[in-house]
Design a protein around this ligand. Sequence first.
Ligand code: CTP
Length: 277
Amino acid sequence: KKERQRPVRVYMDGCFDLMHYGHANALRQAKLLGDQLVVGVVSDEEIVANKGPPVLSMEERLTLVSGLKWVDEVIPNAPYEITEEFMNTLFSKYNIDYIIHGDDPCLLPDGTDAYALAKKAGRYKQIRRTEGVSSTDIVGRILQTFKHKEGVNENAGVKSCDQMKTQLSNFLPTSRRIMQFSNGQAPSPGARVVYIDGAFDLFHAGHVEILRSARQLGDFLLVGVHDDQSIREKRGYPPIMHLHERTLGVLACRYVDEVIIGAPLEVSRDMVCYKFL
Ligand code: CTP
C-alpha cells in the first residue's frame, strides 16, 4: 500500500435496512481491504423492485451508515445491480479500485449475479458474511416478541418459538469481535468524559443523533448499555437484541469511545467516580 501514489478506495453497497452488527462487521472488513471506504446505500425504489419494501427510509439508512466508524463516504440512492454504467461511474467519478460484497449470493430477480460485471472486470473482492443475524431475522424477532406480549398465539407465517431460539443462539459473542469493534483508547489525562446510558435496542438513526450530541459535550464518550434483565423488568418485555449484540451496535458508532457492557439502570455516585480505565 505504501508505495502507491493514492489511497486504495473500496466500494461496498447494500440496503442496510434495520442496520445491525452484521452490516457493521461487513463494512469493517471492507475497510481493511483498502484505505478509504465508500458505501452505496441502495434507493428505496431499487429495494422495492429487488427485495420488497424496506422498513427504514433512505434518510434513516443514510444516517445509520454514515454513523459507522469505518465509513469514509456515502453515495445515496445507489443501484442494486452493478451495471456497466454505474461501474464506470464508480471508477471514473469516485476513483474506486475494488467493489466488495459478502460471500452470500446476491441475485437479481432474474437469477443472475448482481456483481457479475465487477467480477468479470477483475475488480471484485469478497468479505465473510456474519452468521447469526439478518434484517429478516430481526423482523422475525420483533414479531415473536410482540406476539408473546400481546398474548396472540396464532399467527401463520411467524416462526415457532423453538425456531427462534435456534436463530438467536447462532450468534456467539467473542472477546475477539468486541476487540475488533473497539477503539482501545483510554481518555487522555484531563479529558472531559461524558456518560450516557440506555438500552440501545435496534440501533436506529435517533441513537446516532443522540450519541453525536453527547460526544460534542466533552472529549470522550462512555456509553452504558443496560443488561437484558433490567430492560425486561423496566419495560415488561425483553430487548429484541441481546446485550452483546447491542454492545456491538453501540461500539460500531463513530461517536463512541468506550462501552460499559451491562450498566446499572441507576447512575450512582460510585459509578461517576469509578476509575473505569
Ligand atoms: N452482510 C453481512 N452479514 C450479515 C448481513 C449482511 O456481511 N449478517 C453484508 C452483505 O453481504 C452485504 C452488506 O452486508 O455485502 C449489505 O447487506 P444488505 O444489502 O443490507 O442485505 P443482506 O445481505 O440481505 O443483509 P440482511 O439480510 O441483513 O438484510
